[in-house]
Ligand binder design. Structure first.
Ligand code: ATP
Length: 426
């Protein structure tokens, strides 16, 4: 049986044994970047039983993606170290570390109240950290006795509600933050930005005569005008309707890519975070639990919290055999579980499965693994919630033409054609 005591890696970040095994096996191309090191924040938030165990994540750490410490990364532009923010007895941020590199967009993603907006406001200078330091470029702007006021930080902020000046024209809004807004240089900069955001002919318009998407473009142009070192986006799409949100996501991504600005955005919308960001930092209870590129965070969540927060995750109990893992929906090749070492033979693990990994088939009651307890219709597809006889609820993704009824007995098959993350059984 494997040792279930959390191990400690060289960065003093405790890891589960499976992750430690995998870290040893992984090619250490980044000098042995520690499993779950996550810019030094580690995956050690959320309780030791909930710790990073997806060996896949640890294996890719060797490729430098998990912890954002790859050698090839451009220079850091923004560094948050040990940030704590307390409001009286309320701890809004509880030891948050994050490094953002030049030209990248990092999104803070997490549930309501986890401290995302407070973090953004501290970067902007609208709040002062109780502990920790914030550096923009080479300058410490908060902590170590320094408090640089917001207007002296090279930081732009796009607010949720855009906060445009209604009595000013589009061009006047954009030039507002420039040192000499009436100069020829300012005019040229405004024209350049309006061109960039697709509003070249709108300079003289009142901002009150614009659509939501157009207002957002003006807000973005205004924040970009002074060429900030870091652009902050606070839930930038939450005031737009759903279809416009998707279009503006693409548009904002293009604009940020074209300007090459370093940006931090905040959202609780996982689809937005995954589609927009170069890296996603999943925040739990005031600290970063995992940071990595979107595919990696989604495919190799280093904790149950991250796994549960991204996609409709379920955890399928399994017993590890010599060659196969046995589950209540059949036995599967052990290789399906990423990096599962021999030391786990005989142990129980929980396998992370999402709806696209599973299919349900209506069968006679005697052959069923469970029954459909809910059907979620999304238009192109159904997600069927199936309660197994042991009480586990799994979600199975089906084409909209495959209609089953609630109460129907079904067999469930694991159809995943990729390696799956897993965690020691709780
Ligand atoms: P949401 O997604 O809902 O905006 P969030 O992750 O941005 O949430 P924050 O707004 O940063 O969360 O708040 C984090 C915690 O700090 C919450 O519990 C909140 O109630 C508390 N908090 C934030 N601002 C203050 C304040 N000025 N005074 C007291 N508590 C605050």
């Amino acid at each position: 049986m494997p040792d279930d005591t959390p191990h400690t890696d060289r960065d003093e970040t405790p890891v589960e044994p499976a992750a430690a095994d995998a870290a040893r096996d992984a090619p250490a191309t980044d000098g042995g970047a520690a499993v779950g090191a996550s810019d030094g924040t580690g995956a050690d938030v959320g309780g030791s039983d909930d710790r990073a165990v997806d060996a896949g994540a640890s294996a890719t750490a060797g490729g430098g993606a998990t912890d954002g410490t790859a050698e090839a990364r451009p220079a850091p532009v923004l560094e948050l170290e040990g940030i704590v923010k307390q409001y009286g007895s309320e701890t809004a941020v509880s030891g948050l570390d994050l490094t953002v590199h030049e030209g990248e967009l990092v999104t803070l993603l997490g549930p309501s109240g986890c401290g995302k907006t407070t973090t953004l406001r501290m970067i902007a200078g609208l709040e002062t950290p109780t502990e920790g330091t914030i550096a923009v470029g080479d300058e410490v702007v908060a902590g170590d006795g320094a408090v640089t006021p917001p207007e002296e930080r090279d930081v732009g902020l796009v607010f949720q509600e855009f906060a445009l000046f209604p009595h000013l024209s589009v061009a006047e809004n954009v030039s507002f933050g420039l040192e000499d807004p009436d100069s020829d240089a300012a005019d040229a900069r405004v024209s350049e930005l309006l061109e960039l955001v697709g509003l070249a002919d709108y300079g003289d318009r009142s901002v009150t005569d614009l659509s939501g998407g157009q207002r957002q473009r003006v807000a973005l142009a205004r924040s970009l005008a002074p060429e900030p070192d870091v652009l902050l986006l606070d839930e930038p799409f939450s005031n737009l309707d759903v279809s416009l949100r998707v279009r503006m996501r693409e548009e904002v991504k293009r604009i940020l890519d074209e300007t090459g600005v370093t940006a931090v955005s905040v959202t609780h919308d996982q689809e937005e975070a995954l589609s927009l960001s170069d890296r996603v930092a999943v925040v739990n209870d005031g600290a970063v639990e995992q940071v990595g590129d979107p595919g990696e965070v989604f495919e190799h969540p280093t904790s149950r919290f991250v796994a549960s927060f991204l996609g409709q995750a379920s955890f399928l109990p399994a017993r590890v055999g010599e060659r196969e893992v046995e589950t209540s929906v059949g036995s599967y090749d052990r290789d399906l579980l990423k990096g599962l070492g021999d030391s786990y033979v005989g142990s129980h693990v929980d396998v992370l499965v999402r709806p696209d990994d599973l299919r349900a088939t209506p069968v006679a009651e005697g052959d069923a693994d469970g029954e459909v307890i809910r059907r979620q219709y999304t238009g192109p597809s159904f997600v069927y919630h199936v309660k197994l006889d042991n009480g586990t609820v799994l979600r199975c993704l089906h084409n909209h033409t495959e209609e089953f009824d609630v109460g129907e007995p079904v067999a469930v098959t694991l159809v995943a054609d990729h390696e799956l993350a897993w965690y020691p059984a709780q």
